[in-house]
Write a protein that binds this ligand. Structure first.
Ligand code: MEV
Length: 401
């Protein structure tokens, strides 16, 4: 049932190799140069100059462990996934979830176009027929917003749509500008465009006062989706039948669906997979966190980010859909040498492909957590790996004393 590939992300025993050997193997997988491999290992990474460019009042940089999750097969293509994270067992769990998914051919993914949305808030001082005005002016407003954005337009991007709604409690008309930002995350593009467009509004909607002009991180038009179907035999366990584990995973998901406390922890586990890839690739993980959690509340109750069901054949089917505004060009992605090397490791994906891979990692992470929780419990595997840290800590303590 396992997929056979020329370049396989199945690397049995990868975890037993010394760090330098792991880095070499990963470099060979993706054709990284020696310098890029060094960036991946963090050794040639942030210079004082870059640190000073990225933030204000910089005094240095803060390191996180960078690991590589194995076994990922996304739309028939094997990938090694870079994950920057400090928590023991996260990378192992992602790799384990991906290994389980391989029994059903790996992950299938898709995503919507990279449409970001900017909000322009307009305080209305008196009644005005904004529906008529905005409907009539929509095309010229889009044309005005796109003026001066030649590079974006050439790449197929630019402002594509304009919508609006009214919030009576604060007498605010909210105009939404929907912009295709192609391979950029797009925050700067969106904020520039809404600021420019807002200057036009008081002339159009008489008596309005411009309020906030900013993107929304609830990127409902920029979603990514991943799914996998795993045969029950893949879950056979020393003390459990495969179909029993499938039932238990579905039950664990149902708990999260009906209970906000459990949904919060369930989703924390999903973000255990998503955030480390965002960080490794230089993306804004706070933006994705905010968007993902808000999206989970879209029906008025906080729900789990993933769905796990049993198919009529008795297989386990899992899926995830979340807003995923990530970029592969510009900003930190471009300037941070480790982020550059991480993107090369992933095979230089465009923004949509990266968004889809990240969703697959979130789903794998969640699968692994639910499988453990529903069977032997989370501490069994976690504590095994954690013991290594405890041993090291004790050794250091002895050296100090
Ligand atoms: C720990 O970092 C994440 C989990 O708590 C997730 C979950 O409970 O689903 C194991």
């Amino acid at each position: 049932m396992e997929h056979g590939h020329e370049r396989s992300s199945r690397l049995p025993g990868f975890y037993t190799l010394p760090i330098s050997e792991r880095a070499k193997l990963a470099a060979r997988f993706s054709g990284l140069s020696e310098e890029e491999a060094l960036s991946l290992s963090g050794l040639g990474s942030l210079t004082g100059e870059l640190v000073d460019i990225f933030i204000e009042n910089a005094v240095g940089s803060f390191s996180l462990p960078l690991g590589i999750a194995t076994n990922f097969c996304v739309n028939g293509k094997d990938v090694l996934v870079p994950m920057a994270v400090e928590e023991t067992s996260v990378v192992a769990a992602a790799s384990h979830g991906a290994k389980l998914a391989r029994f059903g051919g790996g992950f299938r993914t898709r995503s919507s176009e990279p449409i970001m949305t900017g909000q322009i808030q307009l305080y209305l001082k008196h009644e005005v027929d904004f529906d008529r005005i905005l409907t009539e002016e929509k095309e010229s407003l889009l044309e005005y917003a796109n003026r001066g954005q030649d590079r974006l337009l050439k790449r197929g991007g630019g402002a594509k749509d304009l919508t609006w709604y009214f919030i009576p409690e604060i007498q605010s008309l909210v105009v939404l500008l929907h912009i295709n930002t192609v391979d950029a995350m797009g925050a700067n593009i969106v904020n520039t465009m809404v600021e420019k467009l807002s200057a036009f509004m008081p002339g159009l909607i008489t008596g309005c006062e411009v309020g906030l002009r900013i993107l929304t991180n609830l990127t409902e038009r920029r979603l990514a989706y991943a799914e996998c179907t795993i045969p029950a035999e893949a879950f056979r366990h020393t003390t459990f039948e495969g179909h029993h584990v499938v039932d238990k995973i579905v039950g664990a998901w149902a708990f999260a669906w009906h209970d906000t406390h459990r949904a919060t922890t369930h989703n924390k586990g999903v973000m255990n997979g998503i955030d480390p890839v965002l960080i490794a690739t230089g993306n804004d993980w706070r933006a994705i966190e905010a968007g993902a959690h808000a999206f989970c509340c879209r029906e008025g109750k906080y729900r789990p980010m993933t769905t796990w069901k049993k198919t009529k054949e008795g297989h386990l089917h899992g899926s995830i859909e979340v807003p995923m505004a990530v970029g592969t060009v510009g900003g930190v992605t471009k300037l941070h040498p480790t982020a550059q090397a991480a993107l090369k490791l992933l095979g230089h994906p465009g923004a949509q492909e990266l968004a889809e891979i990240i969703c697959a990692v979130g789903l794998a992470q969640n699968l692994s957590a639910l499988r453990a929780l529903a069977t032997e419990g989370i501490q069994h595997g976690h504590m095994g790996l954690h013991q290594k840290n405890i041993d090291l800590l004790q050794k250091q303590m002895r050296a100090i004393q």
